[in-house]
Design a protein around this ligand. Structure first.
Ligand SMILES: *Cc1c(COP(=O)(O)O)cnc(C)c1O
Length: 409
């Protein structure tokens, strides 16, 4: 399910982000078509596998499936169509958005949609761990080889292109270490070489970085994070141009990708408040990060809005703001010291994911999975997600945690 360009009979497809509405208005109004929702502001959950037809003619008319036409559960009901359209409206230049049951499913199917056996994929070294695992596992078996590249490569990416290179995958900022990539330069180089550009835009969302406008062909989100925003739903999405939409749809249908109507309800409900949540996440995060930067136990702050983060200038040039996720490198200390720090926190939970209303602190060890650019940092790293609590309470908590860590004196 997903909203795409109008079908062969010229029926209207989903609305792309081209009109003059501003992003906060799109967040509120996206996908609220009366013919889908009957005017209900938050569309009801329509659970369906079988949908009955009265006549053979009606049954035949439902094919091929498209949004707005009930056919079979796998092709969605109004809630999923509305969510896909609302996400699509956030991305200027988008022709269609397809939903997936997780961010990992969205990454995997986007790659399957564009790669063929014999192709080579250029994958950023700072990619999300399970993205690498997919490349080394199923994608390899499918006959695609993956080469990893330095996230700070910029336009020199052209030197890595061979006649087998079919696509370059970016994630900016990178997972765990937050290197900001020069996405426009890499997209321009890729276009020049006839190579496709994909981006995992989970950290920024289209609100902070409109990916297709920067030259990206397929943009992936883990909607589990900021879109859902309440740590209670798994979801992914891929948004793409008219050129790549049919290939994406074919891959998603072929692999039977479907999201539950209940999960679509939760994700759409989260999406409506994404704008205000992201603004508050940013304010709280900058407040906490500025305080952390002054602490003797903190050797380095890996947050794109701070000068010491690799690629900071590119972030300042290209992004409309920053979100809630960054890492700190602790001075001195070992694994046990770090464990004392995170286990002692009262307001920060220890768990995977981010983008929910609640703060998280997670020990991370990125060096283990890198192959090109090992992080320079020597001390133990902790990744923080700053939630919507009062930042003064979070700072007091971190102060106590750092006192327990204690190392530099
Ligand atoms: C979490 C995450 C994913 C995977 O999303 P799931 O919904 O957990 O499958 C992909 N990319 C990035 C950058 C992520 O942070």
């Amino acid at each position: 399910m997903g909203c795409g360009p109008g079908d062969a009979e010229g029926r209207r497809g989903c609305v792309s982000g081209e009109e003059t509405k501003r992003p906060d208005t799109r967040l509120v109004e996206g996908g609220r078509r009366k013919e889908w929702t009957q005017g209900i502001v938050s569309p009801a959950v329509w659970r369906a596998s079988t949908i009955l037809f009265d006549t053979v003619e009606e049954m035949r008319a439902a094919y091929p499936p498209r949004d707005g036409r009930l056919e079979y559960g796998r092709n969605g009901t109004p809630g999923q169509w509305a969510l896909a359209e609302a996400l699509n409206e956030l991305e200027p230049g988008a022709a269609g958005t397809r939903l997936f049951p997780s961010g990992v499913a969205a990454v995997s199917v986007a790659l399957m949609a564009v790669l063929r056996p014999g192709d080579e994929l250029l994958m950023v070294d700072s990619a999300y761990g399970p993205t690498r695992a997919f490349c080394e596992g199923l994608l390899k078996r499918y006959g695609v080889t993956t080469r990893y590249y330095d996230p700070l490569v910029g336009e020199a990416i052209t030197e890595l292109f061979t006649e087998r290179t079919r696509a370059v995958f970016m994630e900016s900022p990178g997972s765990l270490t937050f290197e900001v990539q020069d996405v426009p330069a890499i997209c321009a180089a890729a276009k020049e070489g006839g190579i496709l550009a994909l981006l995992d835009n989970t950290w920024a969302t289209p609100l902070l970085f409109p990916a297709l406008a920067a030259g990206i062909d397929l943009s992936v989100l883990s909607c589990t994070k900021y879109i859902g925003g309440h740590s209670d739903v798994m979801m992914g999405s891929v948004t793409t141009t008219a050129e790549h939409w049919p290939g994406l749809v074919a891959a998603a249908r072929g692999l039977g990708q479907h999201v539950s109507p209940d999960d679509a309800f939760l994700a759409l409900r989260g999406l409506r408040t994404l704008g205000v949540r992201l603004k508050r996440h940013e304010e709280n995060t900058l407040r906490v990060a500025r305080w952390l930067k002054e602490q003797p136990q903190v050797a380095k702050l890996l947050h794109p809005a701070f000068a010491e983060c690799p690629g900071h200038e590119v972030w300042a040039r290209d992004f409309k703001g920053s979100s809630s996720l960054f890492s700190i490198v602790l001075r001195g200390g070992d694994d046990a010291d770090r464990a004392r720090f995170v286990e002692g926190l009262r307001h920060f939970g220890m768990g995977y994911s981010f983008g929910g209303f609640e703060s998280l602190a997670l020990p991370v060890d990125p060096a283990r999975i890198r192959s090109v650019r090992k992080p320079e940092e020597q001390g133990p790293m902790v990744r923080l997600h700053i939630g919507l609590e009062d930042p003064e309470d979070l700072i007091a908590d971190l102060a106590a945690g750092l006192a327990a860590y204690g190392v530099p004196a």
